[in-house]
Design a protein around this ligand. Structure first.
Ligand code: ADP
Ligand code: MG
Length: 289
């Protein structure tokens, strides 16, 4: 049976908004060496807004992007849909919409052609190459630390969108506390590109990060990091990583599947609570041994 000291540690953690699903999770957290963070929605608020739009026909590009993104759960998608709404632009209806993990979304137009919205990887998949002008705009967005969405039909890139995200408040302190609690390696894993990853890492004071990762890359890296490894995430596509890690930690604002796949849930979305939870877990373990 679970020692009383662990039960009371779990209760104390729960009062602070850190929900351990089992005493094994508390035990695992007490040993964690590496904490891997997803970027979007975990370190950042994922309350994204459309900041840039460049296309020959901006209305048409945004209408198509919104029509596609209406079928996606990704935080980037919400920003695009909202931007179209605010401008009174009706989304283009599409069918057979399919999320392409780590890339974006694809669907069919009413005339049967494939339309898509996502990153350069997705464009590549469609055989679409940005024009030199689009390339220049993409690097400008990179310098500004913006995530990008390309929107296209078949091999044509119709527009380029820039999306801004904001950090969750207190992230730099949260990571400092985690290190102070004895977690040697906080690291960010993201599917977003290098420039965006670098600017977020700098802002929160993270020295370790890996960018441009596909979901399968994240899984592999979790297996390679110095263990035991905790993974903190929020999204549908974080679920496999949460399950693969020695300990999965979900933020409660995340998707149901992430919360289900996790061993620990941060009920108040407060990553600042993690350092304290590590301390609590270590103290409880020390008492039990
Ligand atoms: P992360 O949470 O680290 O951004 P994801 O695997 O969720 O990782 O996404 C990786 C990248 O895939 C995103 O940064 C974005 O470029 C692209 N992407 C995924 N889904 C979409 C979408 N619905 N619309 C546009 N881009 C997307
Ligand atoms: Mg995410």
């Amino acid at each position: 049976s679970t020692p009383a000291v662990m039960l009371s540690a779990m209760a104390a953690a729960a009062r602070g908004g850190v929900l351990f699903k089992s005493s094994a999770a508390l035990d695992a957290l007490s040993r964690v060496q590496t904490v891997a963070f997803d970027k979007t929605g975990t370190l950042t608020q994922a309350r994204m807004t459309l900041s840039h739009l460049r296309a020959d026909d901006e209305q048409a590009a945004l209408a198509l992007a919104a029509g596609l993104e209406a079928h996606s759960e990704h935080p980037i998608a919400q920003a695009v849909v909202k931007a179209a709404q605010e401008r009174g632009i009706s989304p283009v209806p599409v069918t057979d919409a399919q999320a392409v993990p780590g890339r974006g979304i694809e669907a069919r137009l009413q005339d049967g052609r494939v339309a898509w919205a996502g990153n350069l990887r997705l464009a590549e998949r469609q055989g679409a190459v940005p024009t030199p002008a689009q390339q220049a705009f993409l690097s400008e967005l990179g310098q500004r630390g913006r995530s990008v969405v390309l929107v296209g039909v078949g091999a044509d890139v119709l527009g380029v969108l820039g999306v801004a995200d904001t950090l969750r408040p207190g992230m730099a302190d949260a990571l400092r506390e985690l290190r102070a609690a004895g977690v040697a390696h906080p690291v960010m894993l993201t599917g977003d590109r290098e420039e965006v990853a670098q600017s977020v890492a700098q802002e929160v004071g993270l020295t370790e990060y890996r960018a441009g990762l596909l979901p399968e890359d994240k899984l592999r890296i979790i297996g390679e990091l110095p263990g035991p490894v905790a993974m903190v995430g929020d999204g549908v596509n974080d679920a496999p990583a949460l399950a693969r890690a020695d300990l999965g930690v979900a933020v409660a604002s995340g998707t149901d599947i992430a919360i289900e796949s996790a061993d620990v849930v941060l009920m108040k979305n407060d990553i600042g609570k993690l350092g304290g939870a590590v301390r609590l877990a270590r103290d409880a373990q020390r008492t039990v041994r």
